[in-house]
Design a protein around this ligand. Structure first.
Ligand SMILES: C[S@@+](CC[C@H](N)C(=O)[O-])C[C@H]1O[C@@H](n2cnc3c(N)ncnc32)[C@H](O)[C@@H]1O
Length: 234
């Protein structure tokens, strides 16, 4: 089993996490990808900052996608933007395996993957002002009021994102849960380093680069709306 899946105890600093680790079924293909492709694309967790030029073997604009699920949006973005480097972060092992398979099939070489809590990855491993865009599509909504503290978007995490983003970098989010859209507006529209490009409480059109995922199709079937938001870090 790759080292990253052994949760390194010394770094378990956050008590409230935005995810619950499901064991979930990993297919034989995903398992092979995890075994064979992780050494090429995987980024193990540590409490040291990464040298991103070394990691990607070049200096290029950089995008981080947090909670990529099965990785469709990330693979599509990487294919459409070969001039950019992409770091995908997802704790769900089957999803990591799924994206690894897509990288192999589509011969994508500009993506690296972390399978650790994104809050810790950004806090410990990503250097200041090094990222041009962050994508967070359909973060777990944590519907119940008593679970809202588990939501990924929190003032402290907004501070962390602001630190790693370059001036004028883009933060793109989508949710199918109106209450979470309002939660995002409350936190990010009032954050001193972020500006909503659509104006206070505004939403943007669905970006062309965001493909319809299985997850989103399910939301549509259930009659959910979708709110896309975009912020600049100033
Ligand atoms: C509702 S799913 C959406 C997946 C995908 N973005 C999509 O649109 O289909 C949210 C994903 O975020 C991941 N996630 C939640 N909190 C995370 C964290 N702190 N670090 C990394 N991944 C996280 C979950 O494992 C889950 O796969």
């Amino acid at each position: 089993m790759p080292e990253l899946f052994l949760n390194p105890k010394p770094f378990q600093l956050r008590r409230i996490r935005s995810f619950v680790l499901r064991t979930g079924r990993v297919t034989a293909g995903q398992q092979r990808a995890l075994d064979e492709l992780w050494p090429r694309f995987g980024v193990n967790f540590s409490n040291h900052q990464l040298n991103l030029d070394e990691l990607f073997s070049r200096n290029a604009p950089r995008m981080i996608e947090i909670g990529f699920g099965t990785g469709e949006a990330l693979a599509a973005f990487a294919q459409a933007h070969p001039d950019m480097d992409c770091l995908g972060i997802e704790v769900h092992r089957a999803g990591v395996g799924h994206l690894l398979l897509q990288l192999e099939t589509l011969s994508i070489s500009t993506v690296r993957i972390s399978s650790h809590d994104a809050v810790e990855v950004l806090t410990y491993q990503i250097p200041d002002a090094s990222i041009d865009a962050i994508h967070i599509f359909f973060p777990d909504p944590w519907h119940k009021t008593r679970h809202h503290k588990r939501r990924l978007i929190q003032p402290a995490f907004a501070d962390v994102m602001a630190r790693v983003m370059k001036p004028e970098a883009a933060l793109r989010l989508a949710t199918d849960w109106q209450d979470y859209a309002e939660h995002i507006h409350t936190i990010l529209d009032n954050h001193p380093e972020f500006t909503n490009i659509a104006g206070k409480n505004g939403v943007v059109a669905r970006p062309d680069h965001r493909p319809m995922t299985r997850f989103e199709r399910r939301g549509h079937r259930l009659g959910h709306g979708v709110w896309d938001m975009e912020y600049r870090r100033y």
